[in-house]
Design a protein around this ligand. Structure first.
Ligand SMILES: [Zn+2]
Length: 450
């Protein structure tokens, strides 16, 4: 059996930072050599990691790889390559594709596509509709990461807007329900107001987006979701929290098996605020909208204090040509999976987070929350999903470095001081800064403890 030694790294794992080495054998972490522990047997290959940090690979619980049906924007192969280049070793794909993942047949088709095309590890959500909750008992809880519930419409029409359906959904499953929360009535009212105020719809400027999809729209919907989940005792994960106002709905309690209601923040809401519309315009238009600086800062604090459990990307690529037409017509969503880890480590450099906290929220927490089998931690016997990052480098995001099919990023021209050196998935090096992505291997399907 081939043994690979990652030699002399700084391991960041489970709140600690230790100098040491690690042995990969048969796709797993075979030995962790810290605190002077010697190798048990010689290795066939040594990777010198001097000066680098070794982290568990990022688990992104919220991506839209647009496959099947929207593959002019992105596909599983292209976006999993971008994930690999970003140190992301597992992804959970959303169901608003074409066809949507709302039937057992579509689910089977999505799982087959992921197996065929995804170079990182994967799972996918089953999408709720107003009427398909009768299928929930037939889902394999060890293979499907959760139920995606749109309590607010976005790309693809999967809105669940009937109260009786919502009660059936929350009362009908012990699977994790991941919810997009924005109250449709409020958005509709604001849309009509802005349409009346401008001669042409296309003239409504981008910076009105957060005044159409408002704080109140988010709060009202998140509040309802938390209320329904509490009544039913359901497991609720509210996706992409974007406002300070929603944060008191969530508990500071540590993420363990007793925490049934959890929250996600996305990289864009942690990086940008309303002032950025001036420079970046539609490139940072997403749902829920990027809001005020006070919201961004409150989200950052909530990551530290614990109301936000998970950091993900909501990686949602569109072509740049689909990004025109102002606040109402420009497509919502942006590619982010390739730069999520370096963006958050950059916030650690600014003293906002620590690298240990970034690892907790991007690697450990998704593994705990979704009860993923043997991933998300650097532990002996776990799958060797790892990322080697080099600090104190200085580089700039330019178009030629982008792996996503859409070919643009809202982070273009930004500089970073952290570089993804190597990404390991199940022990294979699938990204190397020197040589690029190796897309010959395929990821494995994530397994969940029910
Ligand atoms: Zn999303």
């Amino acid at each position: 059996m081939k043994r690979t030694l990652i030699h002399n790294a700084t391991l960041i794992n489970e709140g600690t930072r230790k100098q040491g080495s690690l042995v990969i054998a048969d796709g797993n972490i075979a030995e962790i050599l810290t605190e002077g522990r010697p190798l048990s047997a010689p290795c066939d290959e040594t990777i010198d990691a001097t000066g680098c940090y070794l982290l568990p690979g990022v688990i992104d619980d919220h991506v839209h790889f647009r496959d099947p049906g929207l593959t002019h924007k992105a596909d599983i192969f292209s976006e999993s390559r971008a994930a690999a280049a970003g140190g992301v070793t597992s992804i959970m794909d959303m169901p608003n594709t074409n066809p949507p993942t709302t039937t057992l047949e579509a689910l089977e088709q999505k799982q087959a596509l992921l197996a065929e095309k995804c170079i990182v590890n994967y799972s996918c959500y089953f999408g709720a509709t107003n009427s398909n909750y009768t299928l929930f008992p037939r889902l394999d809880k060890t293979r499907v990461c959760g139920i995606k519930l749109f309590m607010g419409s976005s790309t693809g029409n999967m809105l669940v807007d009937r109260m009786d359906s919502l009660r059936h959904i929350f009362g009908g499953t012990d699977m994790l329900i991941a919810a997009h929360c924005e109250e449709q009535e409020i958005i509709h009212r604001n849309t009509e107001k802005y349409k009346a105020a401008y001669l042409e719809e296309a003239q409504i400027p981008l910076n009105k987006h957060p005044y159409i999809r408002t704080v109140q729209a988010c709060y009202s919907s998140s509040h309802l979701a938390v209320q329904l989940a509490t009544e039913a005792g359901a497991r609720l994960h509210v996706l992409h929290i974007s406002t300070a106002k929603e944060l008191p709905l969530f508990s500071h309690a540590p993420l363990d098996e007793h925490k049934r209601i959890t929250a996600e923040a996305c990289v864009a809401h942690l990086l940008f605020d309303i002032r950025d519309y001036k420079m970046l315009g539609a490139c940072i238009k997403c749902n829920p909208a990027i809001k005020r600086q006070a919201d961004r800062d409150a989200l950052r604090r909530a990551v530290v204090e614990g109301q936000i459990d998970v950091i993900a990307t909501d990686h949602a690529p569109h072509l740049l040509t689909e990004k025109s037409g102002g606040a109402l017509r420009a497509a919502s969503g942006m590619p982010m999976v390739q730069f999520s880890l370096v963006s958050m480590l950059q916030l650690a450099d600014k003293g906002i987070f620590t690298p240990e906290l970034v690892v907790e929220k991007m690697c450990h927490a998704p593994a705990r929350l979704f009860r993923i089998d043997r991933r998300g931690f650097i532990r002996e016997g776990y799958h060797a999903d790892l990322v080697l990052v080099r600090p104190h480098t200085h580089w700039q995001v330019t178009r030629d470095k982008i792996w996503s099919k859409c070919g643009w990023s809202p982070l273009e021209s930004r500089t970073f001081d952290w570089q993804i050196e190597k990404t390991f998935v199940n022990g294979h090096v699938i990204y190397d800064h020197a040589t690029g992505v190796d897309d010959t291997c395929r990821g494995e399907e994530l397994r969940f403890h029910a």
